[in-house]
Design a protein around this ligand. Sequence first.
Ligand code: AMP
Ligand code: MG
Length: 484
Amino acid sequence: MATDPDPLGFRFDTTYARLPERLFSHAAPTPVRRPEAVLVNPGLAAELGLDPEALARPEAAEVFAGNRLPVGATPLAQAYSGHQFGHFTRLGDGRAILIGEHVAPGGRRVDVQLKGSGRTPYSRGGDGRAALGPMLREHIVGEALHALGLPTSRSLAVVATGETVYREEPLPGAVLTRVAASHLRVGTFEHAAALGDPEMLRALADYTVARHFPAATETANPYRALLDEVIERQASLVAHWLGIGFVHGVMNTDNMALSGESLDFGPCAFLDAYDPETVFSSIDHHGRYAFGRQPRIAHWNLGRFAEALLPLLDPEPSAALAQAQEAIDAFPTRFELHWLAEMRTKLGLANEEAEDHALAETLLATMHAQRADFTNTFRALADGTLLTDPAFADWHTAWQGRLTRQPGTAEDTRARQRAANPAVIPRNHKVEEALEAAWREGNLAPLHRLLEALRDPYDHGRERADYQEPAPASAARYRTFCGT
Ligand code: AMP
Ligand code: MG
């Protein structure tokens, strides 16, 4: 018997539910008292072949709150483990439920996950809920990263639940509908490896290859190809984070997506003054996940991924170890290539010279010494106004000299710079202002203005000065919270 199509347009085909049962638990969202849409994302809905108009209907809020399941949903909570601040822990979706994999017209497959949807078998002591502020932050940052051209999970909707969650203080609850290429994590493999069932590990690896790296099946060793490709995507992703001044905030292995998307960026924030030691997260006491440490942490996390894959890399343990080591040892070089390419475009360079690395490093060192704003220094460079700052005069002369040794006009250089250096990022004080107004006062106007300002970040002609200024020097040191 044919079922009616889903009113929002979801077309589910949840392949994850066909994996071995120890990798997930069937679990339904817990209904909430009074679902009310706070934000919806018609642009993303359109990309996914959903009905953008339907998003605003009350029935849609019911779906995004978990009170009503879309047609064909197979709700489940994924099991995973992870190294949190270096320590191995058994985890799993403790406050999230995958309601299904949606297949968009054209065949793009995405996970649709409700975050903050109630307790699951993996909730441990937690309430399974999320607070409105952190969910709105995730929405803003997902949209910003996407607009900046980075691969990232995104939010389709944030609904208020009409319920209170208790953290340090009572807070309004919310559920975020997260769309991601998948939620396969380094920690998913650590989990399968820790369960000590080689066939399950193989099933998971085959699944991951089929879903994200189908070309690997044509190589001599598909699992080695999987490892190499995950390493490559992380090298690229983290180089892009560094290029736009992004601090993920909690790069535990369970928050690192194998797809290469930015995921679970809870206490994330963007740099203002350039300092590689910058940490925003209130729980990162030792600066493990500081801005400049992100490449090293990615490398370390990928080591955990390689370890989990060992039994698949080669039946002979020493040969497997050699494969893993070789793959992992390639990360610094791969990262460096991506980072240098990123810095070259930021500097407007069209060709390559051996000294380009030093040129970029010297600029960063000068910015660090001057406590210069990261985004605005690159903007000023593109606008031709950096020269007015004497601290940068020597560097500027060297850069100008370098520009004479490349083809193309000054206008070409400037166009490259503008395409690579954002005119606007989600400034911490603006994000905070929008979040506070939204969850404390129910005033969504600053949030909508912020989201509007963050569109087209590489359009340097748009007037949005309010969103381009760094926080006043008097502003308190910015702190972010996981909201868990
Ligand atoms: P996170 O720091 O958000 O990446 O979460 C780390 C782990 O804790 C994940 O397994 C989450 O599912 C779980 N978790 C976080 N907050 C809650 C909560 N309020 N209730 C239950 N589990 C939670
Ligand atoms: Mg997480």
